[in-house]
Ligand binder design. Structure first.
Ligand code: FES
Length: 155
C-alpha cells in the first residue's frame, strides 16, 4: 500500500494545495477508503496538517475512512426510494448491524453507504449488497437477507 500511495502522490506537485481533492479522490479510488496513514502521507506531501486534511475530507460524503466490509450495502436515497421507505430500511440496517453510513461493522462483515438514485426507481425501495440489487424491499425481507449474509462464512 505504501508503494502505491507514493506513486500516486508523485503525480502531484508538492506545492499546489489545489491538488488536495483530486489526490483524495485518487487515493480513495485506489485503496477504497482514506486510511490514517494515507491522510498523513498526503499532509506531508502538501505540507498541510493532517487534521486539516481530515476535516476537509469529512466534509464530502463520498469518502470512507474504513475499509469496506465483506458485504457492502448501498441504500438508495433517491426521491422515489425515499418516498417508498428507504429511511425505515436504513434504520433497520443501522439497528441490526450497529453501524452508520460510511462505517464498517467490527467483524468486517458489513459496511454501509447511502447513495443517490441507482436507476431502478420502478423497484423502489432499493438497496444493493455487493452490487446485487434488492428491490421492492420490505423490512421483513431485509432482516432475512442480513441474517443470510451474516451466516455466510468468509471464503
Ligand atoms: S430513487 Fe432509488 S432507484 Fe431511483
Amino acid at each position: 500500500m505504501e508503494k502505491k500511495l507514493k506513486e500516486l502522490l508523485e503525480k502531484y506537485s508538492h506545492t499546489s494545495r489545489d491538488s488536495l481533492i483530486p489526490i483524495l479522490q485518487d487515493v480513495h479510488d485506489e485503496l477504497g477508503y482514506l486510511s490514517e496513514e494515507s491522510l498523513s502521507a498526503i499532509g506531508k506531501h502538501l505540507n498541510v496538517p493532517t487534521s486539516k486534511i481530515y476535516g476537509l475530507a469529512t466534509f464530502y460524503n463520498q469518502f470512507r475512512f474504513q475499509p469496506k466490509g465483506k458485504n457492502h450495502i448501498r441504500v438508495c436515497h433517491g426521491s422515489s426510494c425515499h418516498l417508498m421507505g428507504t429511511v425505515t430500511l436504513l434504520e433497520v440496517i443501522e439497528k441490526i448491524l450497529k453501524i452508520k453510513p460510511g462505517q464498517t461493522s467490527r467483524d468486517g462483515k458489513f459496511s454501509l453507504e447511502v447513495v443517490s438514485c441507482v436507476g431502478a426507481c420502478a423497484q423502489s425501495p432499493v438497496i444493493s449488497i455487493n452490487g446485487k440489487p434488492y428491490g421492492k424491499l420490505t423490512t421483513e425481507r431485509l432482516e432475512q437477507i442480513i441474517e443470510e449474509q451474516s451466516s455466510i462464512e468468509p471464503a
